[in-house]
Write a protein that binds this ligand. Structure first.
Ligand code: UTP
Length: 520
């Protein structure tokens, strides 16, 4: 028997907040169902939720802030391709030293539902990338971390003159959501973490937030459960604290956290240059950007709002601002395309929970996303009737509230920005077809690997035909649609290094896992 006072208190709270409809089925629920529903409801303050929704809705309608928007001034963005060799070497050295001292951890955001890609599995386990190696995004990332650890350990041996120093570890922190946790964890476990030590692969879950219909009413997922969704990749900061990850990182001596999205096939994980640049600029946050391809490219831009750093989502940027060009350079004025790739200092991450605890700050950071949300329609059910029927809408019927990873950037006391070459660092898998799809990601990875071989003085050949990058770019030959089937494993090269063996060689266009795969 449930405590009546407890039940009455919760019922009253939701009724007074105008959300009493969610109790429509209460009397038909079993005791166990009532208990679990009560627990869910007790974890929520409906008045806070209502005001989060109100603020988010008002913010989504408010375009007046565009008047105070200014582009990121050019001196705030350094570019890898314009940096001097000495600068790059300095940044790389600083980054490598931090990795050698085990001051660096990497944090993968893998809580998204990948609705645009339409895969049933979490994106990291998506089997349809179509790479020659048949690898998934999780496998590629694990192998990159493994290789990075190996290179850093070798460097340490060289630096210290000790042939067998301790193995350098770069902990892999994986943020999942209720939608992705189980499959992600078992996928990595079933694949023996692709060679990584499971002690250093740490999972944690981001939070969820209830979903609303178009009238601001909470939606039910079943007769005894609210419909909820992951609270956006910005849920990261609160969850890092709540799940004890910040303490764990502190315990391990980590000082810098490189966080990135699951779907960019070219992510340079714990890139020493980026980490070194963050260290040199003493940044709370250092974000990588690429120049936008065109005004309507679906990429947020980093700019300033009344002087503070602000990332404006592509859907929120006024088209006339997005299209503005610098008359001198012809470049877009709002050009700092945000690629969901940043280094944060642990000190900064530690400061955030306290700031976010402040309700006002929290309210300010939610965004509205109209989505198709399956729900139990109380209008079509008798409260005591048959088991519920889940309505699956074919068009957006409600609102998910999301926080974005970049919402905390204005809280950084020091912020720096590094422009990186898109062809080396950015090719996301967002859509099933067309732009930013498995096909483009596959092609971009292949082009990069062919270029590495050419830079090392070799040639990639299919049969006896030399496949240069220039030739691959020639659309008149329709070669873009004709992949070679060439791929280098991270075990062979992480960023184009260690390919001296390719000099003056013809390398077969195949997936190369070990040097035995290459007939030299
Ligand atoms: P996206 O905004 O591209 O979302 O996420 P998504 O879920 O992958 O794809 P769509 O929009 O549903 O098609 C950018 C990164 O943020 C992570 C994603 O996993 C991806 O790495 N993310 C997104 C989370 O970790 N949690 C979330 O709640 C949302």
């Amino acid at each position: 028997m449930l405590d009546k006072a407890r039940v009455d208190r919760v019922h009253r709270q939701f009724e007074e907040a105008g959300q009493g409809h969610i109790l429509y089925f209460w009397d038909s629920l079993s005791l166990a169902e009532q208990e679990s529903f009560l627990e869910q409801l007790e974890s929520i303050d409906p008045n806070v939720l209502n005001s989060i929704l109100d603020h988010a809705m008002a913010a989504s309608r408010n375009k007046s802030y565009f008047n105070n928007l200014t582009p990121l001034e050019s001196e705030s963005v350094r570019s890898v391709s314009k940096a001097t060799r000495e600068e790059l070497q300095t940044w790389e050295r600083l980054g490598l030293e931090a990795i050698e001292h085990q001051h660096v951890a990497v944090l993968l955001m893998a809580g998204g539902q990948g609705t645009r890609l339409g895969s049933k599995l979490p994106k990291g386990c998506f089997q349809g990338l179509g790479l020659p190696s048949r690898k998934t995004l999780f496998q590629i990332q694990a192998e990159r971390i493994l290789k990075l650890q190996q290179l850093a350990t070798e460097l340490l041996a060289k630096d210290t003159g000790r042939p067998q120093p301790k193995t350098i570890v770069v902990p892999w922190i994986i943020m999942t959501s209720q939608a992705t946790r189980r499959v992600t964890e078992s996928f990595l476990k079933d694949n023996a973490y692709f060679g990584l030590d499971p002690q250093h692969v740490i999972f944690f879950d981001q939070g969820v937030i209830p979903c609303f219909d178009s009238h601001g009413k909470l939606l039910l997922h079943s007769k005894h459960m609210l419909a909820t969704a992951p609270n956006g990749n910005g849920g990261l900061y609160w969850a890092l604290h709540k799940e004890g990850i910040l303490d764990e990182l502190e315990r391990r001596g980590v000082q810098y956290v490189h966080s990135f999205s699951v779907d960019n096939i070219l992510t340079k994980i714990a890139d020493p240059v980026g980490i070194g640049y963050a260290i040199q600029t003493q940044a709370d946050v250092m974000a990588k950007v690429v120049p936008k391809r065109m005004p309507e490219e679906p990429l947020g831009v980093i700019c300033r709002l009344a002087g503070k750093i602000k990332v404006v989502e592509y859907s929120e940027l006024d088209p006339s601002l997005a299209a503005l060009q610098d008359p001198q350079t012809g470049e877009l004025v709002y050009n700092a395309g945000y690629i969901c790739n940043q280094v944060c200092s642990l000190k900064f991450l530690r400061r955030l929970p306290k700031i976010l605890e402040d309700r006002e700050q929290n309210i300010l950071t939610h965004h509205v996303a109209w989505k198709k949300i399956p729900f139990v329609d109380t209008n079509n059910h008798h409260p005591q009737g048959a088991p519920e029927h889940l309505t699956v809408p074919d068009r957006p019927n409600g609102v998910k509230l999301e926080m974005f990873v970049f919402d905390v950037f204005p809280l950084a006391e020091r912020f720096s920005c590094l422009q990186v070459p898109r062809s080396e660092e950015f090719s996301p898998v967002k859509n099933a077809r067309g732009l930013d799809s498995p096909e483009t990601a596959r092609r971009d990875l292949e082009k990069l690997h062919v270029r590495w071989i050419e830079q090392a003085g070799g040639r990639v050949v299919r049969g006896n035909v030399v496949q240069s990058e220039e030739r691959m770019n020639r659309t008149e030959d329709n070669l873009e649609e004709e992949p070679l089937g060439f791929e280098l494993s991270p075990a062979i090269s992480l960023a184009g290094e260690g390919l001296e063996w390719a000099r003056d060689k013809k390398i077969p266009a195949t997936s190369i896992e070990t040097l035995d795969d290459v007939v030299l």
